[in-house]
Design a binder for this molecule. Structure first.
Ligand code: BGC
Ligand code: MG
Length: 530
């Protein structure tokens, strides 16, 4: 693949949701030792890197995205020695390791917030504490809403209010306070010194708020995230933070990378996060959000490539993660949803840039839709009285082997119940079955390594501005060229191969530019997908 200095430009990065990947000690919660023991699965799958979701000390009010100690491993997941062993074992297998960093907010159990509540002088300045409005300050300071529902403000017993864009247990930090920036620089160094290869930056668009914290004037604010400018997200000031982090990352032998979880209203706004002096990648949620529609997907692909190419960064492709309904289910579920998910996976892996695979998507796992309410842990579900944010169904521990739950997840149970019938979807059951989704992913990733035109864009593209390549025209800087295709079908070439993506329910006959090498359809003649 790409020369090691640029490994991230076309890397396939596998997201491990630690608590649901593999449990080594039988407490029903996945842990770092469990991940380490299962690394051979990832090496055999053929991915380049692993992204680990937060495993730091946390009360787990939001699955670990509420961090109480950024430099220590929560005993639920192991200890620092386990983190160290995991990084070394991954490197020995040629896998790079990316860890989450959560800079927008801490846990309410973080020593800083405890000091703020205890009234320690100056401690409240590290967060957003304000007096309320109205009689006796009984109304929140502004009308902002939490992403998880309800007001973005909670009141302390002494009458002040503090800002939390997520759960009340996740108070937002005040990034204008110099100690906040200093502390995070030190946290980044701590993990870089341990040998990690990069960070996934949680809520990378959130750290800076509009001056004066202006009202929005209306509700349903969470539905607008990523569609229009908001005074609490995607403010220009966040870029200064990312520039300073890039300098820090570049001061290490590497490259060590930063990946922005950023929600921006357009591909152009998102590309600002991956300018040459900012982070390396940003998740492309427009691709994930795109419905099953060939023309719509093509528009997203073109606009995403144009925006990132214009700043010299690779585009990323994401279909699922721990915050959204799994794409097998989004695409309709059942056999149809799975067929579409398999085709989308090959499309994603054939596009120029870097791709993210969420644990279990290589098994074709659907969303678990019928979890008992009592088992759910997602604060979005709990705060919206069950109306919103059903993020538990994509977090069910994955099946490895065996006929019964926990399907090899660990020696005990599993923190969320697994459905009956997942035995046929386990890694063991799918291994060796040429029609299985696991073998399809393995074959696609092997092909990605074998075909020089797949994955790595040709030399020099990064510096060139322009579009993906027009129909019947010259290939764009990514080496990609669209060819004419019937409605509902996408057809493009990149050096040495062509990709046909058919969203129609029936096969199409195309003047095939070459020999079919891999198809997402169970029957060979159906697809000619790659
Ligand atoms: C993470 C979520 C988390 C939120 C708050 C996100 O974007 O992916 O899982 O709830 O940040 O930290
Ligand atoms: Mg465990």
């Amino acid at each position: 693949m790409t020369a090691s200095g640029d490994w991230w430009r076309d890397a396939v990065i596998y997201q491990v949701y630690v608590r649901s990947f593999a449990d080594s000690d039988g407490d029903g919660v996945g842990d770092l030792r469990g991940v380490r023991e299962r690394l051979p699965h990832l090496a055999r799958l053929g991915v380049d890197a692993v992204w680990l979701t937060p495993f730091y000390v946390s009360p787990q009010a939001d699955g670990g995205y509420d961090v109480a100690d950024y430099r220590a491993v929560d005993p639920l997941f192991g200890d620092l020695a386990d983190a160290d062993d995991l990084v070394r074992a991954a490197h020995a297998l040629g896998l790079r390791v990316i860890v989450d960093v959560v800079p927008n907010h801490t846990s309410d159990q973080h020593p800083w917030f405890r000091a703020a509540l205890a009234g320690e002088p100056g401690a409240r300045e590290r967060y957003h504490f304000h007096p309320g409005r109205g009689a006796a300050g009984a109304q929140p300071p502004n009308d902002w809403e939490s992403v998880f529902g309800g007001p973005a403000w909670s009141r302390t017993p002494d009458g002040q209010w503090y800002l939390h864009l997520f759960a009340p247990e996740q108070p937002d930090l005040n990034w204008e306070h110099p100690e906040v920036a200093e502390e995070f620089a030190s946290v980044l160094r701590f993990w870089l010194d341990l040998g990690i290869d990069g960070f996934r930056v949680d809520v990378a668009h959130g750290m800076v708020k509009a001056p004066g914290l202006p009202d929005l004037g209306h509700g349903a604010q969470a539905t607008l995230i990523g569609t229009q400018p908001l005074p609490f997200f995607d403010q220009d000031g966040v870029h200064e933070i990312h520039r300073s982090w890039r300098r820090l990352l570049d001061s290490y032998e590497g490259p060590r990378i930063g990946v922005a979880e950023a929600w921006a209203p357009s591909s152009e706004r998102l590309a600002l996060y991956v300018r040459p002096d900012e982070l390396h990648q940003a998740f492309n949620f427009r691709f994930l959000k795109c419905p099953w529609d060939a023309e719509g997907m093509r528009t997203v692909i073109d606009e995403s490539l144009a925006a990132t190419t214009s700043v010299g960064a690779p585009t990323t492709w994401v279909l699922s993660n721990h915050d959204v309904v799994r794409h097998v289910t989004r695409y309709g579920g059942g056999a149809r949803g799975l067929a579409r998910a398999r085709a989308a996976a090959l499309l994603m892996l054939a596009l120029p840039g870097s791709a993210y695979v969420y644990q279990g998507e290589e098994l074709g796992l659907p969303e678990v839709l019928d979890l008992p309410d009592a088992a759910r842990k997602d604060p979005a579900f709990l705060r919206s009285a069950g109306q919103d944010g059903l993020r538990d169904g994509c977090r069910v521990p994955i099946p490895w082997s065996g006929a019964q739950p926990p399907y090899g997840f660990g020696p005990g149970g599993s923190w969320l119940p697994q459905p009956a019938g997942w035995d046929g979807l386990s890694v063991a059951a799918q291994t060796g079955d040429p029609h299985s989704t696991l073998e399809l992913y393995r074959a696609a990733l092997e092909l990605r390594r074998a075909l020089p035109g797949l994955g790595a864009p040709e030399a020099g593209w990064a510096q060139t501005a322009g579009e993906a390549g027009s129909e019947d025209g010259a290939p764009g800087p990514t080496g990609m060229r669209w060819l004419p295709a019937p409605e509902g079908v996408l057809l493009f070439t990149r050096p040495g191969f062509a990709c046909t993506f058919n969203t129609r329910p029936t096969p199409v006959e195309l003047p095939a530019p070459g020999r079919p090498v891999l198809s997402s359809a169970p029957v060979e003649t159906d697809g000619r997908t790659v």
